[in-house]
Design a protein around this ligand. Structure first.
Ligand code: NAD
Ligand code: MG
Length: 394
């Protein structure tokens, strides 16, 4: 049978960051309805074997490895499979411009900015997990989506929840957005206890199974700080009207309070396949594989105020989000470097927020006008944060 005829009626899908936690969950959903989708592009950073394996298994047309050093291994792993291979940052951007009907942006960090932007410029549907790109370049990304007419669907569970709650009214009628936070694995620890935690303890999230970087961000609560800025771009109600509420069970994924004081919430088991399925099927719904919510066995839902003294990342992110300009990009870059250094055992847990604080408080640059400006701000902030990492002794 001519493959071309069969595939033409399918929805074309590209997944950036296909080998990660979000990428794997997305592939899991797609594999459940293979006749509905045609995989165009899958990408990964530095694991050509894993990338080749999933590209072959899912019948992708093109596999792109970000790190060019792995191009030869990728080609070898794909030999005879019919899947094309490409490598390098420009190949990622080119692949994002191929015009997939639906693109999952699930690269971790600011490294996802250019491909995500290229996908948005294509004017199709982009499911966004890569929150760091929106933190660093939110204004420019939202503008690109408006200009191309792209549909930007939030995948982050909180933002997906808010998006769903907003179906019940309009943004102009919103009084408050309540962003829920699990509080992470160290929610009840003292600062002294946190000073001694190891990367192994920090990556063990109580409710969610996620990539290493976001798991550390959840432990410092910088994840919620990044999400605050992400929400302010996606749902422009004013950052001061977005509140953070700690809710340890991660059952309510966020809430929207309207003028009339009606508060809508979206609930579900903590499984990223639920918000991904929502983004994949939108504007309709699909059968999801997550465990149904069993409130009777959960028994109770708890809430508490976030503690900015023990989790300074919350205060830093709010200040950076309110100041705008280059600060969110600087904060994000310093955080990426500090988290990587903590995971490498080079700095302690509390040094992460301390480095971010030094990076933002010493910064006096101007607002980025272009993506090139953002990338330059990101590069300089990384170098400066690396210097701060060197000066820490653990
Ligand atoms: P992960 O570490 O599991 O996977 C990251 C993916 O990006 C991998 O495929 C990796 O190969 C690729 N990648 C890493 N560095 C890269 C680089 N420099 N260039 C190109 N590709 C690179 O991460 P994850 O947990 O899947 O998270 C992905 C994004 O989704 C992050 O921005 C995260 O904040 C966001 N997110 C994740 C979850 C979750 O449950 N995992 C929930 C909400 C939002
Ligand atoms: Mg989230």
């Amino acid at each position: 049978m001519d493959r071309h005829i069969v595939t033409s009626s399918r929805r074309s899908i590209s997944i950036f960051g296909a080998t990660g936690s979000i990428g794997t969950s997305t592939l899991d959903l797609i594999a459940r309805a293979p006749d509905a989708y045609e995989l165009l592009v899958l990408t990964a950073n530095s694991d050509p074997q894993a990338l080749a394996q999933c590209a072959i298994a899912h019948g992708a047309r093109l596999a792109v490895i970000a790190d060019e050093a792995h191009y030869t291994s990728l080609k070898a792993a794909l030999a005879g499979s019919g899947v094309e291979a490409a490598a390098g940052p420009q190949a990622l951007v080119d692949a994002a411009s191929l015009g997939a009907d639906w693109t999952m942006a699930a690269i971790v960090g600011c490294a996802g900015l250019e491909p995500t932007l290229a996908a948005l410029e294509g004017g199709k549907t982009v499911a966004l997990a890569n929150k760091e790109s929106l933190v660093s370049a939110g204004g420019l990304m939202m503008e690109a989506a408006r200009a191309s007419g792209a549909t930007l669907l939030p995948v982050d569970s909180e933002h997906n929840a808010i998006f769903q709650c907003l179906a019940g009214g309009s943004l102009s009628q919103v009084r408050r957005i309540i962003l829920t936070a699990s509080g992470g694995p160290f929610r009840t620890m003292t600062l002294d206890e946190m000073a001694r935690v190891t990367p192994q303890q920090a990556v063990r999230h109580p409710n969610w199974s996620m990539g290493a970087k976001i798991s550390i961000d959840s432990a410092t609560m910088m994840n919620k700080g990044l999400e605050l800025i992400e929400a302010a771009h996606l749902f422009p109600v004013g950052i001061r009207n977005i509140e953070i509420l700690v809710h340890p069970q991660s059952v309510i994924h966020s809430m929207v309070e309207y003028q009339d004081r009606s508060t809508l919430a979206q609930l579900g088991s903590p499984d990223m396949r639920t918000p991904i399925a929502h983004a994949l099927a939108w504007p309709t719904r699909m059968e999801g594989p997550s465990a149904p919510l069993d409130l009777a066995s959960i028994g109770r839902l708890d809430f508490e105020q976030p503690d900015e003294a023990r989790f300074p990342a919350l205060r830093l992110a709010r200040a950076a989000g309110e100041a705008g300009g280059a600060l969110p990009a600087v904060m994000n870059a310093a955080n990426e470097i500090a988290v990587a250094a903590f995971l490498d055992g080079r700095i302690g847990f509390l040094d992460i927020a301390a480095i971010v604080e030094r990076a933002v408080s010493g910064y006096s640059g101007t607002k980025p006008a272009t993506i090139a400006d953002v990338l330059e701000i990101d590069r300089e902030a990384r170098l400066s944060a690396l210097g701060m990492v060197e000066s820490v002794t653990v």
